[in-house]
Design a protein around this ligand. Structure first.
Ligand SMILES: *Cc1c(COP(=O)(O)O)cnc(C)c1O
Length: 432
């Protein structure tokens, strides 16, 4: 899995360009080729047998592993300070796979109430079909997690920087609470990216990304990744039997005993991708690898632009409030300084005067900003959740979800800040 170990000792920007990749041994191609192949030829029957028995690393079939996808896995793992990673077809596929490795019917987990809306639905509704039961917890007081723990809990799940309202989670105490209970902390690090925050350094055991957002970075490819720190001891109790008990499909192999700190990542491929099948396409891996090479440069500009726009909005007569953790007035500012010292990201919300109607007029009045449901693009994006992503909810539910009638969400891109501000200014005036 690690075909080039050198980048581990290099700085973040160097790892973003080089980790996991080396010139192609047959052709000398400098960028990572797109291995657009379904299957890989075996040397002989013994080689095939050892691959199928997980005794040798190698490529069999692209649902499980693919050389282009492996480079992406190695690269994101190197950026997060992980031991290994499993790439998936989307961020939601990554979340499914992250839990699949250790959950069993009847098990529970704690999750923050302040999550991406799609994650709330995935956990609260679809996971129920597997009898995996989520308990939602307000993350603003980390002690709430300790109070909500049950003997059936198998994990805690939070976002480092939460979508959409610029909420910063106090990762360190939450990790301590998880570890005292003998369970792992899973962190969705999509909005921060490893450039702004590396949750493993604060005690997280598993980090998840929707690579669709800042990692691919150009709004052109879906993807997800699960990074394992390799630090969690799956054998410390009897809660994680699928990693510690004999696995019948591999001749009774025990993943944790056999693969040690790579157990979770091997299981991610050999069980998760094998049986869930939510594999990332090699082309999407290629686009994401290319995107990651400029991650540091883009995040710097994303954060600088977002701060400038937030300051502009805070002083605007048509704006009621701005929720951006990079502003000193924000309640999460102190946590942002600790966990996101290089910037508070580029996704945040604000309240427009005039409620629902003004919100609709504002998004329709923007010319440079695109009205769509995505984030983490080079382009600046705007959405009015109450009339789009959250329109199915009652007004009361919308307010609880941070998507009340006056809420507008921005994902600030890397264009000239003055142009983004000018477009918002003219659209706000039209709305007023
Ligand atoms: C977009 C997003 C997801 C889901 O990712 P997809 O790639 O759309 O499946 C999960 N978490 C967060 C924070 C996101 O922004």
């Amino acid at each position: 899995m690690r075909d080039d170990d050198k980048p581990a000792g290099f700085g973040f920007e160097t790892r973003a360009v080089h980790a996991g990749a080396a010139p192609d041994p047959t052709t000398g191609a400098r960028t990572t080729p797109i291995y657009q192949t379904t299957a890989f030829v075996f040397d002989d029957v013994d080689h095939a047998a050892s691959l199928f028995n997980l005794q040798t690393y190698g490529y069999i079939y692209s649902r499980l592993t693919n050389p282009t996808v492996s480079v992406l896995e190695e690269r994101v793992s190197a950026l997060e300070g992980g031991r290994g990673a499993t790439a998936c077809a989307s961020g939601h596929a990554a979340q499914m796979l992250a839990f699949f490795a250790f959950m069993e019917p009847g098990a529970e987990f704690l999750a923050s109430t302040k999550l991406y809306g799609g994650s709330i639905t995935q956990f609260g509704r679809s996971f129920k079909k597997f009898d995996w039961n989520v308990i939602f917890v307000d993350p603003d007081d980390p002690e709430n997690f300790r109070r909500a723990l049950t003997p059936k809990c198998r994990a805690i799940f939070v976002e480092s920087l939460a979508n959409p309202g610029g909420v910063v989670t106090d990762l360190e105490p939450v990790a301590q609470i998880a570890h005292a209970a003998g369970i792992p902390l899973l962190v969705d690090n999509t909005l921060a990216s490893p450039y702004l925050c590396r949750p493993i350094e604060w005690g997280a055991d598993i980090v998840i990304h929707s690579t669709t957002k800042f990692l691919s970075g150009h709004g052109n490819s879906m993807g997800g990744v699960v990074v394992d720190s390799g630090k969690f001891d799956w054998s410390q109790n009897d809660k994680f039997r699928s990693l510690t008990e004999p696995e019948p499909a591999y001749h009774g192999l025990r993943f944790h005993e056999t693969f040690g700190d790579l157990a979770y990542t091997v299981a991610g491929h050999a069980l998760g991708l094998r049986d869930l099948g939510a594999t990332m396409a090699p082309l999407n891996a290629f686009l994401t690898i290319t995107g990651i090479e400029t991650l540091a440069l883009r995040m710097e500009r994303h954060c600088a632009n977002a701060l400038a726009v937030a300051q502009f909005l805070e002083a605007h007569p048509m704006v009621k409030w701005v929720s951006y953790a990079g502003l000193p007035s924000n309640r999460y500012h102190a946590l942002a300084k600790k966990y996101l010292p290089k910037g508070a990201g580029s996704v945040f919300t604000f309240g427009v005067k005039g409620g629902y109607e003004a919100g609709v007029k504002l998004v329709e009045g923007c010319e440079l900003l695109s009205h769509l449901a995505n984030l983490g693009d080079t382009r600046s994006l705007i959405i009015h959740p109450a009339s789009t992503t959250h329109r199915q909810l009652t007004e009361e539910q919308q307010i609880v979800a941070g998507a009340g009638p006056d809420v507008v969400r921005l994902s600030i891109g890397i264009e000239s800040a003055a142009d983004i501000i000018a477009d918002l200014d003219q659209a706000l005036r039209q709305a007023g």
